[in-house]
Design a protein around this ligand. Structure first.
Ligand SMILES: NC(=O)C1=CN([C@@H]2O[C@H](COP(=O)(O)OP(=O)(O)OC[C@H]3O[C@@H](n4cnc5c(N)ncnc54)[C@H](O)[C@@H]3O)[C@@H](O)[C@H]2O)C=CC1
Ligand SMILES: C[C@]12CC(=O)[C@H]3[C@@H](CCC4=CC(=O)CC[C@@]43C)[C@@H]1CC[C@@H]2C(=O)C=O
Length: 249
């Protein structure tokens, strides 16, 4: 299952899994079903399915997992890519940071990610263990903003910092169930999130990345997720995927 799987990093991950012979439940907001339909046409309905799902809702996430079970698909990997970003300072000329905005970002990014992790873990725990005694892997998406939070990113950086912080305790909690937990902290990737910015700004951002000297390709994120799924020793850690970029203040 890939949440936020209709767009950007999630879409590239779903495509990577489908191309590698896997089956993917794309769980995304109902408004994204058109984008998911494109993937279903590309890979076939036996490889890709769509579940309308708000990650903050227990009912929706349980529904997506139930749809997998109904299709006789086991859940071996749960990848959380659903996320939102806002820009606002703690205090600006407009006044203090809007508290509702802060709560919304925490709700979608942090609580949504944990909601998916806990419910996916319950489903994975019923899988038969493989030769390593493992039943599945939970993969979260943070951001380098978790470590290098910029001016105006207090809500976003907090939400992503919590995702990196939950990685080790989730891995420890789920070790007895044979379930791993990893987090990827991407740098700057060319997805609709960044495509919103003027091209000049996109080029400038790409030029700041040491090596490779360009924005990340979402396929490279999908490739890392594929490696995490297949490498049984990766557990309890956050991996930066950023071409050695460190964000300035
Ligand atoms: N693009 C980048 O450079 C970076 C992205 N990230 C993170 O990667 C993740 C994916 O970002 P992108 O692919 O760039 O963004 P995107 O905007 O292309 O995709 C995000 C997807 O999440 C879905 N989504 C949003 N709220 C949701 C909810 N409540 N329930 C279910 N789905 C929901 C959206 O519908 C969308 O399909 C996000 O968590 C973002 O914070 C982190 C670092 C860098
Ligand atoms: C997501 C990330 C950090 C941001 O907050 C910005 C986003 C690009 C588009 C944006 C424009 C704005 O006006 C508000 C901020 C933001 C949403 C950036 C793309 C990658 C950044 C990130 O997470 C890096 O790790």
């Amino acid at each position: 299952m890939v949440t936020g799987g209709a767009s950007g990093l999630g879409r590239a991950t779903a495509a990577h899994i489908a191309r590698s012979g896997g089956r993917v439940m794309v769980a995304d907001l109902p408004g994204q079903s058109g984008l998911a339909d494109e993937m279903i046409s590309e890979f076939g309905a036996d490889k890709v399915k769509f579940a309308a799902c708000d990650v903050t809702s227990e009912e929706d996430v349980s529904g997506a997992l139930a749809a997998m079970k109904a299709a006789d698909w086991s859940i071996n990997a749960s990848v959380s890519c659903a996320g939102i970003a806002v820009a606002a300072k703690t205090l600006s000329k407009k006044g203090p940071h809007d508290l509702k905005m802060f709560s919304t970002v925490i709700k979608v990014n942090t609580i949504g990610t944990f909601n998916v992790a806990r419910l996916a873990a319950e489903a994975m725990a019923a899988n038969e263990a493989d030769a390593n005694g493992q039943r599945g892997v939970i993969i979260n998406t943070a951001s380098i903003a978790a470590m290098d939070g910029q001016i105006g990113q207090v809500a976003y950086a907090s939400s992503k910092g919590a995702i990196t912080a939950m990685t080790l305790p989730i891995a420890r909690d789920l070790a007895p169930n044979g379930i791993r937990c990893m987090t990827v902290a991407p740098g700057l990737f060319l997805t609709p999130l960044l495509e919103k910015l003027p091209e000049k700004v996109q080029h400038h951002l790409g030029s700041q990345i040491p090596c490779p000297n360009r924005l990340g390709d979402p396929a490279e994120f999908g490739q890392l997720v594929g490696s995490i799924i297949t490498n049984p020793m990766l557990n309890g850690e956050t991996i930066r995927l950023d071409g050695a970029y460190r964000m300035p203040p």
